[in-house]
Design a protein around this ligand. Structure first.
Ligand code: HEM
Length: 505
């Protein structure tokens, strides 16, 4: 009797599984979207579950060789289509409808709320409209001074290890610099992460960012309730640290709102400097405080979502970008020599001269080096969307309730668009090289309506910090080689090591 019951239950489950997936499988078959062989109920869960974090990049390339630039994976009832064909990427990224993020991002909500990165539909449209002017050129111009000052702090710290022999893992060093920069530009406060990484707020941001990276890689940690059940201590710690961050952000918002209101009601002229004599400048947060949607200002909670989103999106990504770029420069002395010549031409040899926005715009070869580095090591290696209805992409239809995954790390090394795809060749991006590039084949900041809103900010920050290091040090190669892994952003399992030697000239 017991055996019969099990057989019955299994049969019901198999029929349900077949029916539940039928429409999606019909479309996959109709449009010949291939994928690895399926196991009933489980789909490809056994195979995908075996992939270790440091194998995912290689496995995805392997599967592209087998199945091509569009392929499907079923994990239980969840269908994912991986797209690296730019013919289809163009449809996906430029669509005004296909803007819902895949459910893989949901574990970030407890920190970021439904801010710009995670919102969708009308809320996203409204926020994008409000936030776009926040990154106006005039505002970015003021940030250059912060980029310069904070990279000055970094250089001072690095001098202690710059003996030309010590291998320095540059990733954590850059991370603290990037945190100082984003806190000061987004919230207008100095958090002194480089001087004191143990400050409660700094520790909380670094720790929650690390937990989020781990949640991304650990399927049982992704859903809040399952994370709480399977790792109660880590869950509790994450919630406590999130509360620390929210309390800090809230306090800054209230303080700056009060200051703004006082300024608006006060008849006296405001001094142009703060109480320690530094020039007052707008932070991203101040622009949000003054913004309105249909005549209504944003609430403190609305603003907190956005400031937390900037704090998250605006430091790990640039850390990854700067670190891998320094690594590539360390291994290409000819490129380094050209960079130093350009820097000497544009900024001069006086190491104390502060960099300006004009200088940054003139560092054209550095821009090509950064672009090529973002191609080889894209800080955001993969993004995901979710279809809410059957969606036509040119000559195919992707079924509703499908995660679309776009592996930038693979698109950006597609030999069809980048000959010698693994070679570091900044000249691909030299403006007058005559190379015509399809914007969808090169999109480390994504493309279309949901592209990176902080793209210009990020490139200026990268140019400021990298040029500051080059003005002060010769960058030398160190062991071990990097081993890129997708850990929410692109990191290296072996760290990102370089050696530094003070420049005498
Ligand atoms: C090298 C550094 C960076 C890279 C490579 C990068 C890349 C990206 C990519 C690929 C996306 C699309 C994400 C998706 O569709 O899921 C994105 C979105 C976003 N980025 Fe960046 N980013 C960088 C730096 C920054 C910085 C510095 C900020 C803010 C200060 C920022 C703020 C955002 C925001 C708010 C979004 C969401 C935009 C929206 O959905 O409308 N990013 N970024």
């Amino acid at each position: 009797m017991f055996i019969e019951l099990i057989i019955l239950a299994l049969t019901v489950l198999l029929v349900w599984d077949y029916l539940f997936k039928m429409h999606r499988n019909d479309l996959l078959n109709k449009y010949k979207i291939p994928g690895p062989p399926l196991v009933p109920l489980l789909g490809n869960a056994l195979e995908v579950g075996k992939w270790k974090t440091d194998e995912i990049i290689a496995k995805t390339f392997e599967n592209r060789m087998k199945y091509g630039k569009i392929m499907r994976f079923w994990v239980l009832h969840q269908l994912t289509v991986i797209v690296s064909d730019i013919k289809y990427l163009e449809f996906i990224l430029s669509s005004q409808q296909l803007i819902k993020k895949s459910s893989f991002y949901d574990f970030l909500v407890c920190w970021l709320g439904r801010g710009l990165l995670l919102s969708t539909g009308r809320k996203w449209h409204a926020r994008r409209k409000i936030i776009t002017p926040t990154f106006h050129f005039k505002i970015l111009e003021e940030f250059v001074e912060i980029f310069d000052q904070q990279s000055g702090v970094m250089v001072k710290k690095l001098k202690e290890q710059a003996d030309g022999k010590t291998a320095i893992n540059i990733f954590p060093v850059v991370c603290l610099t990037a945190l100082d920069i984003i806190a000061e530009t987004a919230m207008g406060v100095k958090v002194h992460a480089q001087d004191n990484p143990d400050i409660e707020y700094v520790r909380a941001v670094a720790s929650v960012a690390a937990t989020m990276a781990k949640r991304f890689m650990t399927p049982t940690w992704r859903l809040d309730w399952l994370f709480r059940l399977t790792a109660p201590n880590e869950y509790k710690k994450m919630m406590q640290e999130t509360a620390v961050m929210h309390k800090f952000t809230n306090a800054v918002i209230m303080e700056r709102r009060a200051a703004l209101e006082q300024k608006q009601t006060s008849s006296a002229d405001e001094p142009e400097v703060d109480d320690v004599g530094s020039k007052k400048r707008m932070a991203l947060l101040d622009v949000l405080l003054q913004a309105t949607h249909d005549g209504t200002p944003l609430s403190n909670d609305d603003i907190r979502e956005e400031v937390d989103t900037f704090m998250f999106e605006g430091h790990d990504t640039t850390t990854s970008g700067i670190s891998f770029c320094l690594y590539l420069i360390s291994r290409h002395p000819d490129v380094q020599q050209k960079l130093v010549e350009e820097i000497n031409d544009v900024i001069g040899t006086d190491k104390t001269r502060a960099i300006t926005l004009h200088d940054l715009q003139e560092l054209k070869y550095l821009e090509s080096v950064i672009k090529e580095s973002l191609r080889l090591y894209p800080p955001v290696p993969v993004i995901g969307r979710e279809t809410t209805e059957d969606t036509q992409l040119g000559d195919i239809v992707i079924p509703a309730k499908t995660n679309i995954s776009i592996p930038f790390f693979m698109v950006l090394r597609d030999p069809e668009h980048f000959p010698e795809p693994d070679a570091f060749k900044p000249e691909r991006f030299v403006v007058d090289s005559g190379n015509k590039m399809n914007p969808f084949s090169y999109a480390p900041f994504s493309a279309g309506p949901r592209n990176c809103i902080g793209q210009k900010y990020a490139v200026y920050e990268m140019k400021s910090t990298i040029s500051k290091i080059l003005r002060n040090f010769e960058i030398l190669p160190a062991e071990p080689d990097v081993k890129p892994i997708i850990n929410l952003i692109l990191r290296s399992a072996t760290g990102v090591h370089i050696k530094l030697k003070p420049r005498s000239d």
